[in-house]
Design a protein around this ligand. Structure first.
Ligand SMILES: [Zn+2]
Length: 474
């Protein structure tokens, strides 16, 4: 009798024993371990507030309960996607940029790295509002205005012509609390470019940028540049004459056409591999942005006008696509072929980059001006291109989800589904390690612990579509 009593007491105790109430409890889900390329099945995840409280097997069932329980049976859980190169911009259509924030989330993109535009102050404001939970959108990490030379073609830049101006510009970027530094070379002098990379790195920022023709990539890497934006720049490293070409370009004794000719005629992949390994050892990685190059290369072949996502993008933003289209309108058949050949040559560097150990960051260049490079959808297509040209699905996901946080030193909070990490998560209906296209089969998105289930995601999409329709008719 006594035995039964204590047994009943024990059973009662288990069920009534203070189960901890958590914000969200995910049951029986398969976790995608992107780092190791493994699926860990039958996992339980307790989420409290904006973070993951605990991850484990079914023993967690007796520890936690929640009013929001997600049945994860047959589903796959991984961190939300990072698009590591986007642009917000277009000072005359800030409202259309604002609509991109929920759009990113609807596509499972929980962080974007904004690589400068002409509406930096708005972007910084959105960043802070999102961080404070006052606005829904992806986590924004922004460069603020980028550094350039005097009278650059890009509106919104911080223009510098001297070291004193550089220092003042960096002071002002510190005041704006920007997350990283972007530098481009339209009119910025090569020596000042190098100095900017050096000083920004010394101040503790990760630096990203284009590469001036008068410098070798190794010079820029040695100055501290963490990422080369756009894979095309690495083509310069495929020739043993990179240094000679950069010097000749710097003192104007060689034009761009002759440089490109010499470069392609002397291409040597073993030279490229050695130099890429050097960059890897110096901690310089690359953001390939294959999608925008592919869009431009295959502009005539692809019927972008039929893409349904166009219904979710504002009219002025879509209009901004035209500048590139018009620039190519009079291309001869030879020009068109060159565009494709050039893209294929660049994209085929991916296996060499991978072999060298250089870090690849998945980013798309999505946003205004960049033709048919659709915010939200773009990162999925970029991952597919990275796989097409030589990464495994695991490596492509790593380039987005793991390398993204690493760029900012945010590995502690992001990059995996583990205790203590931020609850910025994606629940898929298929295994993305088997098929990278599975990233588009989204069931739920969690942003800072806030659940956006399929119904809510569809509602967000419908609202954006209605907003755009109204804008187009009004
Ligand atoms: Zn860009």
């Amino acid at each position: 009798m006594k035995f039964y009593f204590s047994l009943i007491a024990a059973i009662l105790c288990v069920s009534c024993q203070s189960k901890k109430d958590v914000s969200i409890f995910i049951t029986n889900i398969s976790i995608v371990d992107v780092k190791n390329g493994e699926i860990i099945s039958d996992q339980f995840v307790a989420i409290q507030g904006d973070s993951i409280l605990e991850v484990g097997d079914q023993s967690l069932k007796v520890k936690y309960q929640s009013n929001f329980t997600i049945n994860g049976d047959g589903k796959f859980l991984l961190p939300g996607l990072w698009d590591n190169h986007v642009h917000f911009g277009g000072a005359e259509y800030i409202d259309e940029n604002e609509q991109l924030l929920p759009l990113y989330l609807a596509f499972g993109v929980t962080t974007v790295r904004d690589a400068a535009g002409d509406i930096s102050l708005e972007v910084l404001k959105w960043r802070d509002e999102i961080n404070q939970g006052k606005r829904i959108g992806p986590k924004i990490l922004t460069s603020g205005p980028k550094l350039e030379g005097i009278n650059s073609i890009w509106p919104g830049d911080l223009e510098i012509g001297t070291v004193t101006e550089l220092e003042a510009a960096l002071d002002s970027l510190e005041k704006l609390k920007v997350d990283f530094i972007k530098i481009t070379d339209n009119t910025l002098k090569p020596e000042l470019f190098l100095e900017a990379v050096k000083q920004a790195t010394e101040r503790g920022w990760s630096v990203s940028g284009h590469i001036p023709t008068a410098l070798t990539i190794d010079q820029v890497s040695k100055a501290g540049q963490k990422t080369v934006e756009h894979l095309g720049y690495l083509m310069r490293m495929t020739t043993p004459f990179e240094e000679e070409i950069s010097i000749a370009r710097g003192n104007d004794t060689m034009n761009a056409t002759d440089a490109a000719k010499l470069q392609s005629e002397s291409r040597d992949d073993s030279v490229a591999l050695t130099k890429f390994k050097q960059l890897a050892a110096q901690g310089t990685g690359v953001v390939p942005t294959l999608l925008i190059s592919s869009n431009i290369a295959y502009l005539e072949e692809k019927y972008f006008q039929g893409d349904t996502i166009l219904n979710y993008l504002g009219p002025k933003l879509k209009e901004s696509y035209q500048w590139r289209i018009q620039r190519m309108a009079n291309d001869t058949p030879e020009d068109k072929q060159n565009r494709k050949d050039s893209f294929e040559a660049i994209a085929n560097l991916i296996p060499l980059v991978k072999e060298s150990g250089m870090k690849i960051y998945a980013g798309t260049d999505a946003g205004y001006l960049n033709t048919y490079d659709y915010p939200g959808l773009a990162i999925h297509l970029e991952l597919q291109l990275l796989v097409k040209y030589g990464l495994t699905p695991r490596e492509a996901l790593e380039a987005s989800i793991i390398n993204g946080p690493e760029y900012f030193g945010l590995e502690k909070d992001f990059g995996s589904v583990q205790k203590g990490k931020k609850a910025n998560l994606l629940i898929l209906n298929q295994n993305p390690l088997e098929n990278i296209e599975a990233t588009l089969d989204i069931q739920d998105v969690l942003k800072d612990g806030q659940l956006l289930d399929r119904i809510k995601l569809n509602q967000i999409l419908a609202e954006i579509k209605a907003w755009v329709a109204k804008k187009e008719n009004g």
